[in-house]
Structure formats: structure tokens, C-alpha cells
Write a protein that binds this ligand. Sequence first.
Ligand code: ADP
Ligand code: MG
Length: 346
Amino acid sequence: DTSVSPCTPTLRVRPLTCTETRRGDQQVVHSLGDGAVHVSAARHDATFGFSAVFDAGASQEAVFEGSGMRQLVELAMDGFSCTVFAFGQTGSGKTYTLMGPLGQGDTQPASPALLGLMQRSFTCLLEQSQSRASDLALSASYLEIYNEQVRDLLSPGPPCALPLRWSKSRGFYVENQLSVEFESLEAIVSLLLQVPPPAGSQRRRTSAHALNRHSSRSHALLTVHIRSRAASACPSKQGTLCFVDLAGSERVKETGSSGELSVEANSINRSLLALGHCISLLAKPRGKRTHIPYRDSKLTRLLARSLGGSGITLMVACISPSSRCLSETLSTLHYASRARRVTTRP
Ligand code: ADP
Ligand code: MG
């Protein structure tokens, strides 16, 4: 089977925020339809192509249905390793896209219409699990990469770094990682929001809002393991669905004309830079591909399987339409254009 499944980049442009509107920011990003988006400002005028573009008016449901997320969930149920990652500067809408609006207080559940890709995927999985003849066993693990340390967000007590190992049979894996079975949407969502606080902050269970604020400095990876408890004869399948809320990309710097990412000394961004590097190498034609340096960061090791050929990746690039975010927006668009050329053979 040579069918090629690209690492599909999808673009989401959030609406201008009240603050941006109040101070009179110009809207510099315009969707042209057919996956094209146009950026026009004083000295910039460029058009970028995506598999899908969702502009300010797009609902959470439209993003779920139009991005290919539903198909990704179905592939994960069929035993594939699937990953969706949200990329963009802090405040561009990554967490909103994945989880919906956070920070209205812990007790107030978000309106169903505003639920993000994660909750919609969980619902889809749980529905399928109930309707399919073969039962699905669902469990989740939740990690963050902070300062190049992998931490288990499900483990109680102060966060501690877990070793990331490699074995021939499993590939890269995190040792002693906790995983929790779930059978309802409430269970998995409370798992997501009730994580222990990150290091440095107070030792209480954190609010969703604090989690989101922290997320600009760490990568959060929620992995759902899907095991089909198949009826006797058919082999049991094991798929994964991983949601990655990447750290804010605003510290990523590009060097001049080569377009290659340069490595900043800052360890917080190391994995983001390594991811960009792996993506740009994977974007080369198959025959011309050199060694892919997954080992350069914890993030790329953890994502190696989905990025590197046996998995399916959906990338959601998030941008603000504001003129004030122009340079970050252009850098996100360039980063995403590289991902467009990545092909895999799941
Ligand atoms: P990030 O996770 O990229 O830092 P957030 O998801 O926290 O950004 O979004 C920043 C702010 O913009 C939040 O207040 C969020 O509710 C709002 N926002 C983001 N995307 C949208 C959208 N599509 N529609 C309405 N509000 C949005
Ligand atoms: Mg966020």
C-alpha cells in the first residue's frame, strides 16, 4: 500500500480579541477560500496554501469536521498512531482549538458548542466504543515537556522528570508513565483539567486557566491509547491518538534566507526547533532524505513514530489576524508550509 498520507497542515485564524479591536489593530490576514490565505501589510504581501483554512467565523464543530480530525479518530481506532498538534505563538488560539475556552472558573462547564477538538474526539471514541461489536478499551496518559524534561501530569505530588527510553519493539517510550482508563467524557475531561501544578507554582491543584498560562512555556501531550478487545478470531488492534499543545512559538527565531531553524540556547524552545528541523528534513523527497535527527529533543523522540512514516499527523497552525502579530504570523505560516510537504506511509 503506497497511499501517501501527508502531514496535513490546517490553518486557524482566530477573531480579533476585544483588546485588539479596542486599540484599533488592523486585520492583516484574509481567507481567500479554497485553502488560500492572504497576508497583506505595509511591506508584506503573501499568499499561503493549506488543506483547509478556518477564519474568525468558523465554529469549533466546523474545525472538527473540516480539518480531518474525525477521520484521524477513526484511523486511531483502526490501529494507527495518530497525532494532532497545535502550533503558533502564545495567544493564537492553540488551547482554544484543542480544548475550548478555559479560565471561566473550574466549576463552569464550557458550552457544548465551544468544546474543542479533544472533547469532540473523546465523544466520538466513546460513541464508537459503545456501538462497535468489539469493545474498545480507552486509557490516557498526559505528559508535559518542560525545560527538556518529561514530566507525568497524572502523577500526584511534585512533578518529577521521567526517563525517555528506546527499545526495538516499542520505539521511544517514557518509563513509569501513568495511564488511566476512562469510560466517560467527564472522567477524561476532569483528568485533563485537574492536573497537579507545574513546578515553581503553588502546590495545589491548578485551575484550567493557570494550566493554559503555563502551557506557553511547555509542550503538553495527551495520548489516548485505544485497544480493541476484539472477539476471539480477529487480532486485537492498538491505536493511539495524541494531542499536542505546543509551547508558544514566539521564541523561535529563523536565520535569514536559508529558512533553516537555528538553535537558540534556550532549552524551553529546543524541542520546537528540533521539530521544525525534522519537519523540514522530512519534507525532502524520499530518495534525498538524510538521517532525521529525532534524538535532538524529547518532543521529536516522543513524536518520532507519528512524524516519521508509520503515523498520521494533523497539524493545526494557529494565528492572530492582528497587524501587531505580523512577524510571528509569518513565521508560523512558513513553518506550516514546510509541514505541508511531509509524507508518510502509515
Ligand atoms: P494559546 O493557547 O495559543 O496561547 P488561547 O487558546 O489561550 O491561545 O487563546 C487566546 C485567547 O483568545 C483566549 O482568550 C481564547 O479564548 C481566545 N480565542 C482563541 N481562539 C478563539 C476563537 N477561535 N474564537 C474565539 N476566541 C478565541
Ligand atoms: Mg495555550
